[in-house]
Design a binder for this molecule. Structure first.
Ligand code: LP5
Length: 238
C-alpha cells in the first residue's frame, strides 16, 4: 500500500480531457491508495458549497464513491478556499489545516498548498489576506450565483494580467520562508504544490538533510506522487 498525493488539477469545463483523466484515476489507481491527499486547487474555482457547477457533479460523485474505500484529505488552494462542511459531506473528503504534518512512513512531513511560501509575491500575499478574511467571504457568499461567477471571472482576468507582468522568480517559493515553516513544525520534509514547478529539492536545514517535493499540476496530463516505505516517486496518469 502507498499514500498518493496530487494537487493543482484545476478541474474545469475548459479541460474535459483532464476531467476524464481524473475520473479514470479515481476509479483506477486511487483505489489502491492507503490514503489520498489533495493539496489544493482541485477545481479551477470553487464558488461556495451552495453553488456546485454542473460540470463538477460527476467528479464530486466519483470522489464520494472512492471515499467509501479510501480515506480522502484535501486542503484549500488559492482557487478553492470557499470549501466548507458541505463540500466534506458531498465528497467524503476531510478538510485539512493549511499546514498539516503527517507521518509519512516514519518521516514527519509537512503538507501545504504552497502559496504562502511565495513571500516575494507581495501583491498576491495582500490579495490573499483580503480573500481569506472571514468578513469578505461572508459578504461574497451572500451574493447570487451570477454575481459570484462575474466576480470570479473578473478576479481571473486581473490575475492573468498581473502574473504576466511579474518576474518568474517572485512567483516561486522563498527559501527562507520554506526553512522557517519547516523549522516551526520541526520537520525535514515538505510536500507542496501551487508553483507548477515539479521538482525534488535537497538542502540542509539545521545541519540535517532536508527535502522539498513540489507536485506537478495537471495542465498537460495527470500526475501523482506515490509514497511508501521506500520513498516517494512521481507517476504520470492518462
Ligand atoms: O491563479 P494563478 O495561478 O493564475 O495565480 C495565482 C495568484 N492569483 C490568484 C487569483 C486567482 O487566480 C483568482 C481566482 C478566482 C477564482 C476563485 C475565487 C473564488 C471566490 C471568488 C468569487 C466568488 O490567486 C497570483 C499569483 C500567482 O498565483 C503565483 O503565485 O501571483 O496572484 C495575483 O495575481 C494577485 C495579484 O497580484 C493582485 C490582485 C489584486 C486584485 C484586487 C482585486 C480587487 C477586487 C476586484 C473585484 C472585481
Amino acid at each position: 500500500m502507498a499514500i498518493q498525493l496530487i494537487s493543482d488539477l484545476h478541474l474545469s469545463q475548459e479541460r474535459p480531457d483532464i476531467n476524464d483523466i481524473f475520473l479514470r484515476y479515481l476509479k483506477g489507481p486511487a483505489q489502491q491508495a492507503e490514503a489520498l491527499y489533495i493539496l489544493g486547487d482541485l477545481f479551477e474555482a470553487w464558488l461556495g458549497d451552495d453553488m456546485v457547477l454542473p460540470e463538477y457533479q460527476p467528479l464530486i460523485s466519483a470522489l464520494k464513491t472512492l471515499s467509501e474505500n479510501v480515506p480522502l484529505y484535501i486542503m484549500y488552494g488559492n482557487r478553492d478556499f470557499l470549501m466548507r462542511e458541505g463540500f466534506e459531506e458531498m465528497t467524503g473528503c476531510k478538510l485539512l489545516d493549511e499546514e498539516t504534518v503527517i507521518d509519512l512512513y516514519g518521516t514527519p512531513t509537512l503538507l501545504m498548498h504552497g502559496d504562502t511560501l511565495c513571500t516575494d509575491d507581495v501583491a498576491y500575499q495582500e490579495f490573499r489576506k483580503m480573500v481569506r478574511n472571514p468578513a469578505w467571504q461572508d459578504d461574497l457568499l451572500s451574493k447570487t450565483p451570477e454575481e459570484r461567477l462575474a466576480l470570479a471571472r473578473k478576479l481571473r482576468e486581473i490575475s492573468k494580467t498581473e502574473t504576466q507582468g511579474k518576474q518568474e522568480a517572485i512567483m516561486d517559493v522563498n527559501q527562507q520562508a520554506v526553512e522557517d515553516v519547516m523549522q516551526s513544525h520541526r520537520v525535514q520534509q515538505l510536500i507542496h504544490g501551487h508553483t507548477h514547478r515539479p521538482a525534488q529539492h535537497d538542502f540542509s536545514l539545521a545541519g540535517q538533510p532536508a527535502h522539498r517535493i513540489v507536485l506537478s499540476d495537471w495542465y498537460q496530463s495527470g500526475s501523482m506522487l506515490v509514497c511508501d516505505e521506500t520513498g516517494c516517486h512521481t507517476e504520470k496518469l492518462s
